[in-house]
Structures are given as structure tokens and as C-alpha cells.
Design a protein around this ligand. Structure first.
Ligand SMILES: Cc1cc2nc3c(=O)[nH]c(=O)nc-3n(C[C@H](O)[C@H](O)[C@H](O)COP(=O)(O)O)c2cc1C
Length: 342
């Protein structure tokens, strides 16, 4: 079993894979890329079980976020993103595969079973995304005032469709303004809840070094300041003004907002949304474009329908992103591989 010190996760290099590596060795190596996927609060809520030329993806519900994500919707989306990275890496290593989703109806934690096909054809459409995996990062800072090309927006839509999700791009200033108001309303609702603040603070805690969100960027430090002093305190009103203003500028100043929606709202749809998310993010990263998340109106249940109407969606919104060109910010940590793979 490979045990990676936490900070080396991002320096993974395909040349470390021996040219004569067997299938199981390639599978285990590909999992180094799977764990680079994004996850809510960087919880990394996945566990992979390797058995010869098969790998089973399980949800690790010990790493759930019961307040912000009570139904494990974002947890399963995160697992979908990791599954997509695994598919990209296997395709790069010349391995074809077959995937069975939810292979054990009696065990809802088993999300997918992947089997290497020795005589199959690998998915050539995924290999160009390989180099983008270690480059992708969530960027919570302002983006350059530069439009995202329409041609790239069409590629995002194709990326989503390939994974069974709808992508709706919104660059229009009036819609961004409307969404900024919705996000502010959702922020108010979330930060009013001391359980939300406690949960958030515990994942940006400075003592975390293998998961969670380091308070490196000004945006994260501001969130920590809002959450930490209030942990454990009784509910009281407090001023979200500074954060609301910052969020408003981030939203209205982003060249593009992008919503990922699905026809259904069940575990299969969430897994598809996660794969679509990572396919969009890698397509963007490959072009030097980055993203961050504005999921608040989806997480606050009563606002989800309002968002749906605002964007005129046929399906159910699963994720809301802001997209643009930003500077390369530091990566967040990853757990040692041995913790996520057995
Ligand atoms: C389903 C999902 C929901 C997320 N929601 C948020 C969010 O609401 N706010 C945010 O700042 N980041 C959000 N993120 C981004 C994660 O915090 C980020 O992926 C994680 O900290 C790891 O960092 P990285 O993406 O730079 O590797 C979300 C990611 C996923 C996959």
C-alpha cells in the first residue's frame, strides 16, 4: 500500500508509474488522481476498495456534513467528481473499464463498481483532461474582467451532457445581480444557524492539515472570523455586512455563472452531477480558467426553487459556480492515500 505524505499528493507524476506495471498497480496509481477531486469543505468523503482488476467506490459517511448537507447530496456529488478523475487517469493509462452504479442495493454506501476490461476500448475523449487534474484548484478570489469565450461555454454544455447533466451558463448582468441577492439571502439564513457556523468552523480549523480548508485566502479568513468567535455561543444577531458586500462583488464581478442541473434529485443524479462538475472544471482548467462555488441558494431548501425559476431550469439545480480567469492559488491538503484506499 502506498502512503503519501499529505503535501506530495499534488506532485503526482505519471512517470512514477513503472512502464511494466500490472493492472492492479495501474489502478492503485490512478487513485492518486481520484483523490485530487474537489469535495465540499474538502471532506474527501470517499473510500476505494481495490481487488485485482476491480475497484469499488464507497461513500464515507463518517465524513458527512449533516448541517449543510443533511441528505449527503453534496457528499455523493464529491464522490462522483472522484470517480470522474479515476476514469480520466485510467483512460490515460490505456485501460478500458465497465462501471456498475449502485451494485449492492442493500448497501447504499456502495456507489460504483469499476472493472477493467482487458479487451475494451478506452475513452479517448477523457485523456486530454489528464494534465488538468493536478492544476485544478478552487479559486475564491476575484477573476479578471474578461469574458469566458462562447465556444468554451458550449464545451461546458457538452461536458455536462456527456455525464447526463444540464449546464446553464449565465453571463447576463441582470441575472448575476438577481443571483447575488439570492446568495445574500441564503448566507443570512445559513449564518443565523449556530450549528452551521460550528460545522463550518470545524472544517477550517487551523489544526487540520490533511483535510478541510486552510484559511489561506482572505475570503476563507473572513469566513473563519465570522464562524469561530460564535462557536458554542447562543444564537444572536450579528452583522454579515462585510461578507455580503464581498460576495455581492464576487458574484456581479464574475464573467460567468454556471449552474449544473439534473432531471432527478436522487443518488444517481448526484453521482452524475459530480462527474459533470469535474468534467466542466477540468475542461476549464485546461484553458487556464478556474471556478468557485455559490451553492448557498441550493443548500437553503426554500431558495432552491427560486433559483430554478431565476435560471429558467427544466431540471433541479445541484451546483452553482462562478467561472473566470484567476491567479493560481495554493492547493488544499489531501489525506494520505492509505486512509482512502484499501
Ligand atoms: C459538492 C461541492 C460543494 C462545494 N461547496 C462549496 C461552497 O459552498 N463554498 C466553497 O467555497 N467551496 C465549495 N466547494 C469547494 C471545496 O471547498 C473544495 O473543493 C475543497 O476545499 C478542496 O479544494 P480544491 O477544490 O482547491 O482542491 C465545494 C465542492 C464540492 C465538490
Amino acid at each position: 500500500m502506498n502512503v503519501l505524505p499529505q503535501n506530495t499528493a499534488w506532485s503526482v507524476d505519471e512517470h512514477q508509474l513503472a512502464p511494466n506495471a500490472g493492472i492492479e498497480e495501474k489502478l492503485r496509481f490512478a487513485l492518486r488522481y481520484a483523490v485530487l477531486a474537489p469535495s465540499n469543505h474538502n471532506t474527501q468523503p470517499w473510500h476505494f476498495i481495490v481487488d485485482g482488476d476491480c475497484v469499488t467506490l464507497c461513500a464515507d459517511r463518517m465524513r458527512a456534513l449533516p448541517v449543510v448537507d443533511p441528505f449527503d447530496r453534496e457528499l455523493i456529488i464529491s464522490c462522483g467528481a472522484a470517480l470522474f478523475n479515476l476514469r480520466v487517469a485510467l483512460s490515460r493509462f490505456g485501460l478500458a473499464y465497465a462501471i456498475t452504479l449502485f451494485p449492492s442495493p442493500a448497501d447504499v454506501d456502495v456507489l460504483a463498481h469499476l472493472r477493467i476490461l482487458r479487451d475494451g476500448r478506452c475513452d479517448a475523449s477523457l485523456t486530454p483532461l489528464f494534465d488538468a487534474m493536478p492544476r485544478r484548484v478552487t479559486t475564491r478570489e476575484t477573476f479578471a474582467d474578461e469574458p469566458v469565450p462562447v465556444e468554451l461555454q458550449l464545451r461546458f454544455e457538452e461536458a455536462g451532457a456527456a455525464e447526463g447533466a444540464d449546464i446553464v451558463c449565465a453571463g447576463n448582468a441582470a441575472i448575476r445581480e438577481h443571483l447575488a441577492t439570492l446568495i445574500a439571502e441564503a448566507d443570512q439564513a445559513q449564518f443565523k444557524d449556530p450549528r452551521f457556523r460550528r460545522e463550518l468552523a470545524s472544517w477550517i480549523h487551523p489544526k487540520r492539515s490533511r483535510d478541510g480548508m486552510p484559511a489561506l485566502s482572505p475570503g476563507m479568513r473572513a469566513l473563519l472570523d465570522l464562524a469561530v468567535p460564535l462557536v458554542g455561543s447562543v444564537i444572536r444577531t450579528f452583522d454579515l455586512g462585510g461578507m455580503a458586500a464581498a460576495h455581492h462583488t464576487l458574484v456581479t464581478g464574475s464573467p460567468l455563472l454556471l449552474c449544473i442541473a439534473t432531471g432527478a434529485d436522487d443518488a444517481a443524479a448526484w453521482l452524475a452531477a459530480g462527474q459533470a462538475l469535474e468534467r466542466v472544471l477540468l475542461t476549464a482548467a485546461d484553458e487556464g480558467i478556474t471556478a468557485s462555488y455559490l451553492n448557498q441558494p441550493i443548500e437553503v431548501a426554500p431558495l432552491r426553487d427560486t433559483l430554478r425559476a431565476a435560471l429558467n431550469l427544466d431540471g433541479v439545480p445541484q451546483l452553482l459556480l462562478r467561472i473566470g480567469r484567476g491567479r493560481q492559488t495554493p492547493h488544499s491538503p489531501r489525506r494520505p492515500l492509505a486512509e482512502a484506499v484499501s
